[in-house]
Design a protein around this ligand. Structure first.
Ligand code: AMP
Ligand code: MN
Ligand code: MN
Ligand code: MN
Length: 276
């Protein structure tokens, strides 16, 4: 039987709803052999997760999902097998965390102007770790009945162009890669089919990513349908990028995304875990 790798997941440290320990426990129950914790812009959860992985008998890969702005668009770059104590990485992420604090308040101000009261306080109250994300705003808008679902919260308020959207000013690809590489990790472009880029644009982005030392593409993701997996496997093969596999699990309530429940990476792909 093949080893079940799930190399993209979130805990309460960012916008997941399980603590790192609960996440590892669930991963073990769902048959994951190797889990990567990849919280947004923060690595502190990996310490608890490593201890939990020993307790539950699975392997834990320390990771991070770095927010990046490329040509005014937000993209996500996952760093895998990083040293969570790396000074360079933590310094870089610290800057993103500061920006995130300001941006979190700014989203609240914009929603207030759009007639949604108390959103900042409401989102803050739902935050379990240190990071305030759009997911917390989405949960607040849903829980308080402003919208009927998370999807609607994003569609009506939180996506680019909507009333609660604040344009990202995240890291450059070059910065994100320098932090990940300084921390001894390997960099992977997360859920590439989600960016709605033309083939040409995606190739430009991946070209810069490779030039900066990037080595992986998340070919298999819960965000991808079968055709997208095939397309991304082709890109990976042509560009000699290794393929990653990750659920992007956030919350057990989203029953359509589960830990470890993904197709295998296509046979022609070169697995990212051989680069750790
Ligand atoms: P942020 O980093 O604060 O901009 O928040 C981004 C997070 O919002 C992503 O990591 C997802 O967890 C979540 N998200 C983005 N788009 C959607 C969507 N359309 N529906 C639900 N959640 C979303
Ligand atoms: Mn998220
Ligand atoms: Mn992401
Ligand atoms: Mn993610």
């Amino acid at each position: 039987m093949s080893i079940n790798y799930d190399l993209h997941s979130h805990s309460t440290v960012s916008d997941g709803t399980l603590t790192p320990r609960e996440l590892v426990e669930r991963a073990q129950q769902k048959g994951v052999d190797v889990l990567a914790l990849t919280d947004h812009d923060e690595v502190v959860g990996s310490l608890e997760a490593v201890a939990a992985a020993q307790e539950f008998g699975i392997e834990l890969v320390a990771g991070v999902e770095v927010s990046v702005t490329w040509r005014k668009q937000t993209i996500h770059i996952v760093g895998l097998n990083i040293d969570p104590h790396s000074k360079e990485l933590n310094l870089g992420l610290g800057r993103l965390q500061k920006y995130r604090e300001w941006r979190g308040e700014e989203i609240g101000r914009k929603l207030e102007k759009a007639g949604v009261e108390g959103a900042y306080a409401g989102a803050l109250a739902l935050k379990q770790g240190d990071l305030l994300t759009r997911t917390h705003y989405g949960r607040f808008l849903h829980n308080s009945g402003v919208v009927g679902s998370m999807q609607e919260a994003f569609k009506k308020y939180l996506l680019p162009g909507k009333k609660g959207y604040v344009r990202g000013e995240w890291a450059t690809i070059e910065e994100a890669l320098s932090w990940i590489n300084a921390a001894g990790g390997v960099a992977v472009v997360a859920h590439p089919a989600r960016y709605n880029m033309s083939r040409t644009k995606l190739r430009s982005m991946l070209g810069e990513f490779i030039e900066c030392g990037g080595v992986g593409l998340e070919v298999v993701s819960s965000a991808h349908n079968n055709n997208e997996v095939i397309t991304m496997a082709d890109h990976a093969q042509q560009l000699k990028l290794a393929a990653s596999r990750g659920s992007d699990f956030h919350d057990p309530k989203n029953s359509w995304v589960e830990l470890g429940r993904l197709q295998q990476i296509p046979k022609k792909c070169d697995p990212i875990w051989e680069r750790f």
